[in-house]
Ligand binder design. Structure first.
Ligand code: NDP
Length: 324
């Protein structure tokens, strides 16, 4: 028996259906993983609503989980039955008790990392890793802005950027989230977007910022550009408030010869060596305690709809896992 959460048609959380699905034997190059914990990510909402399209419907959504390898297909040498592993990758299919997946997308888990933390950290933590070290490699002494600073990616970014020697400004929507981000190292918090550029101007004594990491999208795009210094880098990596529509590329000229990028974890971990380096970097900062993974919510996998309501309702902080 293998149960999964599937989407038969795009829509609200009520479209998430818990049902039995087949569990094929692993093909050559694949491993069968029995999940111990599944990560909840905002991208799961996009695949549920249809903002991002599944290859076909019905589809099992989800891109991140940890578990135990139960069987491997022909030619697999990187992992073996009994191994503790985790992944954060396409194709979707993680909201299941077990699944088959390409073995070269799996990472072996250090013994010290429990399954729940692993499912909570792979996608959000590797995202923080590539954003801070590759998309725009921050330097000690720089002041940066992280949106949704009390969220899954946000809380990890705040801690990691502090460990890299940055001064971190976080944006959040409530005082409670402000407290949480501060407790994880944020130097300055701005509540709401209305006063954001003015507050950044005040904090930086007019210098503004070399980089903004923006996961909110539609609502924060222009205020984020207004926080950048000339030649600054706008890293637009998510759309929690809706997708960004750029009316005119000239906006980058008008606001100071800015750079704009729309990076994805998929590109930055497409090569096996990049995936391994990213996972290694993450496990290191977590193992030495520089970054703590906060699993602030957990739900039964079959109650994924409830988890989606909480995430979209901005009622979660830190990371969330779904337990099969
Ligand atoms: P979060 O835990 O950050 O949850 C989303 C947060 O966004 C909310 O808690 C809320 O924080 C903020 N938000 C602002 N406006 C809205 C809105 N209108 N509706 C809902 N939330 C809103 O989620 P994740 O950590 O899973 O993901 C964060 C972002 O990073 C997402 O946009 C996701 O798509 C992106 N991402 C991108 C990746 C990539 O490869 N490009 C990889 C991983 C994540 P507040 O209330 O404080 O404003």
């Amino acid at each position: 028996m293998n149960h999964a959460i599937r989407v038969h048609e795009y829509g609200g959380p009520e479209k998430l259906v818990w049902e039995e699905i087949p569990l094929p034997a692993p093909k050559p190059g694949e491993a069968l993983v029995r999940h111990q914990a599944v990560g909840l990510n905002y991208i799961d909402v996009y695949f549920r609503t249809g903002l991002y399209k599944a290859p076909a419907l019905p589809a099992t959504i989800g891109m991140e989980a940890s578990g135990i390898v139960e069987a491997v297909g022909e030619g697999v040498t990187a992992v073996a039955p009994g191994d503790r592993v985790a992944y954060a990758t396409a194709p979707i299919g993680a909201y299941a008790e077990a699944r088959t997946i390409k073995a070269d997308r799996l990472v072996r888990l250090p013994d010290a990392i429990p399954f729940e933390s692993a499912a909570a950290m792979m996608l959000q933590g590797m995202t923080a890793c590539f954003l801070l070290t590759r998309t725009y490699a921050v330097r000690p002494g720089q002041t940066i802005l992280v949106h949704a600073a009390a969220g899954g990616v946000g809380l990890i970014m705040v801690q990691w950027a502090k460990a890299l020697g940055c001064t971190v400004i976080g944006s959040v929507s409530t005082e409670e989230k402000a407290e949480l981000a501060r407790a994880h190292g944020a130097d300055h918090i701005v509540v709401g977007l209305e006063t954001l550029p003015a507050r950044v101007k005040e904090i930086t004594a007019g210098a503004m910022l070399p980089v903004v990491y923006d996961s909110v999208g539609r609502d924060s795009f222009v205020p984020s550009l207004d926080c950048l210094a000339p030649y600054g880098m706008m890293v637009s990596y998510g759309n929690a408030s809706g997708p960004v529509a750029i009316p005119d590329i000239g906006i980058l000229a008008a606001k100071g010869s800015l750079y704009l990028t729309r990076p994805t974890l998929a590109t930055y971990t497409a090569k096996r060596e990049d995936l391994e380096a990213c996972a290694k970097g993450l496990f290191e900062v977590v193992s030495k305690g520089a970054v703590q993974i906060r699993v602030n919510q957990s739900f039964a996998l079959k109650d994924a709809a409830e988890a989606h309501r909480a995430l979209e309702g901005r009622r979660t902080t830190g990371s969330t896992v779904l337990l099969p």
